[in-house]
Design a protein. Structure first.
Length: 314
């Protein structure tokens, strides 16, 4: 029996993080105490989180995108393999280097980030043609906005035509906003408060405001919407059901991985056949657990942790 497929189509980066007492001012050099080089990019992070959750839910996870033929490309590929992700759709781009993010973090956990898209920005409709088989087979397609929008639109169109579900994480919101053509192809769009404000002009802080933002997103063409309020919970409206999921109580140390783990958990739950309320609860538990440890992909939860948290919350 072929297992349902969760396919993430998006960015793959190497994150180079320096940890110091403070961030440098323009023209200044400061010394940092340590650094780390790890997996990054929203496409890769969501694929990694889905890969960690997949086996425990009877699904498979795959990634489509581009990396360079360089040491960073080798590093991120090795890290992704450790999460059990199918990488047959990850192209080795000999013309462009692997994307990188240069991140400075100070003692107060404030950061500054410079991203070089590199191979990610070469992703295009040729990649959609190359990934025709997994796009057609995907039970759920995860999209983000760290690759050219045209490629995301073409991928969404392909998966929707084949009967799959398209989940759009509208991050980062482009300077010109998210085009209506892409929203219309999204079965679900999953903004946080800031992204919702960029998309519909309303920054939600309460369940009622989140419900209003979700309605506005559906009026713009999205099939359904999930509006994330961080530590205040999640509002959902899709497949004829809507409601509010209160936050899970956890001891948070780092919120970097929360959004990507939420979307990965949502995709895995939908692919596994969970109802909308159960899928959102599962996703919210994934996002909450991801805040209990530092880092991006490495903070993604394991399925037994998620099930335990959901069960404990009742």
């Amino acid at each position: 029996m072929t297992l349902p497929l969760v396919l993430s189509f998006g960015s793959v980066n190497a994150d180079i993080v320096a940890y110091g007492d403070r961030l440098p001012r323009p023209g200044e050099t400061v010394h940092a105490g340590r650094y780390n080089i790890g997996l990054g990019g929203k496409g890769a992070n969501q694929a990694a989180a889905a890969g960690r959750l997949a086996a425990g839910n009877g699904v498979t996870a795959a990634l489509g995108g581009r990396i360079g033929d360089d040491p960073f490309g080798k590093l991120v590929r090795e890290r992704l393999e450790g999460f059990g992700v199918d990488l047959s759709g990850l192209l080795l781009d000999e013309a462009n280097p692997t994307g990188i993010a240069l991140i400075g973090v100070d003692a107060a956990a404030e950061n500054s980030i410079t991203v070089v898209g590199a191979a990610n920005m070469a992703v295009g409709e040729d990649d959609v043609a190359r990934l025709a088989d997994p796009l057609d087979r995907a039970a759920v397609l995860l999209l983000q906005l760290e690759i050219p929008v045209g490629a995301a639109v073409a991928a969404a169109r392909r998966t929707r035509a084949a009967g799959g579900t398209v989940v759009l994480d509208p991050a980062p919101v482009p300077a010109g906003g998210v085009p209506d053509a892409l929203l219309a192809l999204a079965d679900l769009v999953t903004p946080n408060e800031t992204e919702a404000e960029r998309l519909v002009g309303l920054r939600p802080t309460t369940p009622e405001e989140a419900a209003r933002a979700a309605l506005l997103l559906r009026e713009r063409g999205a099939g359904g919407a999930i509006v994330k309020l961080g530590a205040r919970g999640v509002f959902f409206s899709f497949r004829g059901e809507e409601g509010f999921v209160p936050p899970f109580e956890v001891r948070s140390v780092d919120s970097v991985a929360a959004g990507d783990s939420f979307n990965a958990g949502l995709a895995v739950a939908i692919a596994a056949g969970k109802s909308p309320p159960d899928a959102v609860r599962y996703a919210a538990a994934c996002g909450a657990l991801a805040t209990t440890r530092p880092g991006a992909a490495d903070a993604a939860p394991f399925p037994e942790e998620v099930e335990a948290l959901v069960a404990a919350a009742g």
